[in-house]
Design a protein around this ligand. Structure first.
Ligand SMILES: NC(=O)c1ccc[n+]([C@@H]2O[C@H](COP(=O)([O-])OP(=O)(O)OC[C@H]3O[C@@H](n4cnc5c(N)ncnc54)[C@H](O)[C@@H]3O)[C@@H](O)[C@H]2O)c1
Length: 382
């Protein structure tokens, strides 16, 4: 089958006109060739006019901006989500949008996933119980969702003629690394929590697919997210600290000298898209730290950045907290191989959140804590 004109136009827009200026021309050409290959190998055989991405967990904090980004770039999106956090409202704006489809359901359910995978070209797996506290609180649910559920998706992806399958993991997998070192992707993984242990197991399942499965599998180890989203989360450090100080809540900062990398949700959307569009051989069965060196911060550095905007807060520094994670991360692989660098700094995220708070957004935080934080869930495997 020859390439449709609409598809070629869309592809050109995506690759040559909408892509960052700093991406070198030869890489853009290879991305364009990749798009043509995807047409031949995946879209035409499936009878798809353009790429259709299944986002598992597309109703979450990162899934919402990712959906907006992909739709704006001309992709179709199918979202499979269980809406565990009363986050039904966040998908309302997408309902009826051209190219958008919502599927309510559990990724741990075999039939649901079979249906969700039908007629899509690519898959991004975001869904899960996200964070150390919620997995600690719900260990059985965590096993059902983060272990069995994720594995159900990964296994079922094989044999469906899919193009790329991207599994979103976490830099938390590095655990506690020696002072004065930075973790690149070859660094030993030392997951400290149930959450990270499940992520490491799922990463292994994806990467072991090399030579065994008919799709291109990739793992992205995300930094801790910040930034505004249609499903806002205030249980993540940058946003939690900023909101707390904004509302004059006393802030206890545990282990202020511990390092973490941070990344804006819009940058994650761009990074995930770059993986979808990159030449398959550049991302096949490999892991990438997702973020940028500029956003490696200690908690003390972050508090300092917030205090520049909100100077009057009451802050106490506490040593010996229960969370031992301490990792400074090296992002050269994603920068050199995929030409991805984040656009937003932590300071940008602080500023935009303060601007939103000043306008009265998130005023209902206290009444809707289970919406704004991954706190409590009701889950029974379907
Ligand atoms: N937010 C961060 O700071 C961060 C950092 C590193 C990695 N990540 C990873 O990014 C991904 C997305 O994180 P997020 O912050 O958007 O989380 P989130 O909790 O906001 O979103 C997760 C979504 O998955 C859905 N979900 C949960 N179980 C499901 C199931 N069984 N079937 C279908 N849907 C289900 C939830 O309803 C929710 O909408 C996760 O895989 C997370 O581990 C996030």
């Amino acid at each position: 089958m020859s390439t449709s004109t609409t598809y070629l136009e869309n592809l050109k827009n995506r690759v040559y006109f909408a892509t960052d200026k700093e991406v070198p021309r030869d890489f853009l050409d290879r991305m364009f060739a990749e798009g043509e290959r995807v047409w031949q190998d995946t879209l035409a055989p499936k009878g798809l006019e353009d790429r259709k991405v299944l986002i598992v967990g597309g109703g979450g904090y990162i899934g919402v901006p990712l959906t907006t980004h992909l739709l704006a770039r001309g992709y179709s999106v199918r979202c499979l989500d269980l809406l565990l956090y009363q986050n039904r409202d966040v998908v309302h704006p997408f309902l009826g949008a051209k190219g958008y489809e919502f599927m309510f359901g559990d990724m741990a359910d075999k039939d649901t996933v079979t249906k969700a995978l039908d007629g899509v070209s690519d898959v991004i797996v975001l869904a899960g119980l996200v964070g150390d506290p919620i997995t600690k609180k719900y260990p059985q649910e965590s096993a059902a969702i983060n272990d069995a559920g994720v594995l159900n998706v990964i296994e079922q992806c094989n044999g469906k003629g899919l193009n790329k399958v991207v599994f979103v993991s976490t830099c938390s997998n590095y655990g506690e690394i020696p002072v004065d070192t930075t973790a690149d992707e070859s660094f030993e993984l030392k997951p400290l929590s149930l959450y990270a242990k499940s992520k490491v197991a799922a990463e292994t399942a994806v990467l072991d697919g090399k030579g065994q499965v008919d799709y291109t599998g990739t793992v992205l180890r995300f930094s801790t997210a910040f930034g505004l989203s249609g499903r806002m989360r205030f249980d993540l450090t940058v946003s939690e600290f900023t909101r707390d100080l904004y509302v004059n809540k006393k802030l206890d900062v545990y282990d202020a000298d511990t390092w973490r990398p941070y990344c804006h949700v819009q940058d994650f959307a761009c990074g995930l898209t770059r993986v979808l569009e990159a030449p398959a051989e550049d991302v096949a069965f490999d892991a990438f730290n997702a973020g940028g060196d500029v956003n490696n911060y200690t908690k003390a550095m972050m508090v300092e950045a917030i205090v520049k905007h909100i100077p009057d807060g009451e802050i106490t520094y506490v040593e010996g907290g229960f969370d031992r994670r301490n990792y400074k991360v090296d992002f050269s692989r994603i920068r050199n191989r995929l030409h991805f660098t984040p656009k937003y700094t932590v300071d940008d995220g602080i500023r935009e959140l303060i601007a939103a708070l000043k306008q009265g957004f998130f005023h209902d935080y206290e009444q809707r804590r289970d919406y704004y934080r991954n706190n409590d869930i009701e889950y029974s495997k379907t």
